[in-house]
Design a binder for this molecule. Sequence first.
Ligand code: NAP
Length: 252
Amino acid sequence: MPRMTAWVLITGGSRGIGAATALCCAKAGWDVAINFAQDSAAAEALAARLHGLGRRALTLQADVADPAQVAEMFERLDAAGEPGARLAGLVNSAGVVAPAARLQDMDMARWRRLFDVNVMGTLLCCQQAARRMSTAHGGAGGAIVNLSSRAAEFGSAGIYVDYAATKGAVDTLTKGLARELIGEGIRVNAVRPGIIETDIHAQSGMDAAGAAASIPIQRLGRADEVAEAIAWLLSDAASYTVGALLDVAGGR
Ligand code: NAP
């Protein structure tokens, strides 16, 4: 009898919050598919760590903003599954910010990229996962966790209101899709991190460390602290949690 296994696909799984989530999920017994955009060395090094924990791990390069690449990524994951394996989890962690700026100084190319990766990427991956997990299509159900941000509520004035708007879209998508899919065995939720210590802040030039004093808990968050919340939302322990936007933000 083949071992029954459940895969979780983590977009943007090679670094930052996605990589911490991959480790957390592997420790919880998931086999992990690690999506990344460019840094194959980081993805392969993480996969080796997951193998060391006794889990299956797969690296999948794809730009989540590209529908053809997303479709091919899910097909590669389908092909990798041995009998008894199934996709049961999706974490949409791939995301980008942009240099800190005021709206009047931004351009269309920047807005398109932010919305393509953060919103279209999440839509595309949710669509592919739902087609596989939905009990209406012969699937066995599953869980989806989207990465939003506390920026969705604050709006990030003077830094990146466009990025904040993408996360507002993720919040609304999460709430609507949760209600659309729960009858087909799929729970959809989101986490909304505050300021977390990852490389993403280099893209904006934001002084993340300098913001610590403005956070009630008086420090930045760690990627593993967000990962724990994501892993819980993926797990059966969160079986009655549907359409939640879980703030992991040190009181911010
Ligand atoms: P990060 O450290 O910059 O890592 C980003 C990850 O996404 C990398 O694995 C990167 O792969 C991948 N990626 C980027 N663009 C991609 C694309 N088009 N297609 C596929 N993968 C792509 O980011 P993070 O800080 O962990 O953030 C993860 C998520 O949390 C994002 O959605 C972000 O908006 C959200 N968030 C972060 C914070 C924070 O303070 N860090 C706060 C709130 C919300 P490569 O390395 O190969 O490019």
